[in-house]
Design a protein around this ligand. Structure first.
Ligand code: AR6
Length: 170
């Protein structure tokens, strides 16, 4: 594989990459968690650009500039709310990763950092969410091995341990 996959424990808003992915809601007008942190760090111009986008459906992705962030772009995607696993949550979560990477590819972005989409306020069990993240990105890279680095950002020790275990197993 040409693309380097890595884990980073910490705050995604500090990363100097081509794009960070935001775990947004379908309004794209901000919220808590990583979404709140990204809007705070990017500044109010981000919200102004988001207002022009007309929202985003679950599993889809939209791109904006990064404004005051060290990242050049923000790819906003909307994860599924966990409702027990019988409502296509896994497919929808996988779509978030695929559509975010497709957008990155279209914009020739080479370094992309993902948070653990849906695993906070949206309640997706972290291990299952991380397994989908890892498997979906690896599968995407089979046909689009065009990135320099994809970074999985873990915000807690627990998340870092889970991601590390999944990486070591595969
Ligand atoms: N850097 C990296 N990861 C973070 C950061 C950060 N600064 N802050 C939190 N996380 P969540 P969701 C992790 O709740 O579950 C928002 O209000 C966090 O530990 O941010 O997709 C939106 O507007 C967790 O593992 O996103 C939506 O309404 C992961 O990011 C809703 O929450 C995702 O947690 C989306 O919920």
């Amino acid at each position: 594989m040409h693309t380097k996959l890595s884990l980073y424990k910490g705050d995604i808003t500090t990363l100097q990459v081509d794009a960070i992915v935001n775990a947004a809601n379908s309004s794209l007008l901000g919220g808590g968690g990583v979404d709140g942190a990204i809007h705070r760090a990017a500044g109010k111009q981000l919200l102004e650009e988001c207002r022009t986008l007309g929202g985003c459906a679950v599993g889809e992705a939209k791109i904006t500039r990064g404004y005051n962030l060290p990242a050049k772009f923000v790819i906003h995607t909307v994860g599924p709310v966990w409702r027990g696993g019988m409502f296509n949550e896994a497919e929808r979560l996988a779509s978030c990763y695929k559509n975010s990477l497709l957008l990155a590819e279209q914009h020739h972005l080479l370094t992309v950092a993902f948070p653990a989409i849906s695993s906070g306020a949206y309640g997706y069990p972290l291990r299952q969410a991380a397994e989908i993240a890892s498997a979906t990105v690896k599968e995407f890279l089979i046909h689009h091995d065009i990135f320099q680095e994809i970074i999985f950002v873990c915000f807690s020790e627990e998340a870092a341990a889970i991601y590390k275990q999944i990486f070591d197993e595969n």
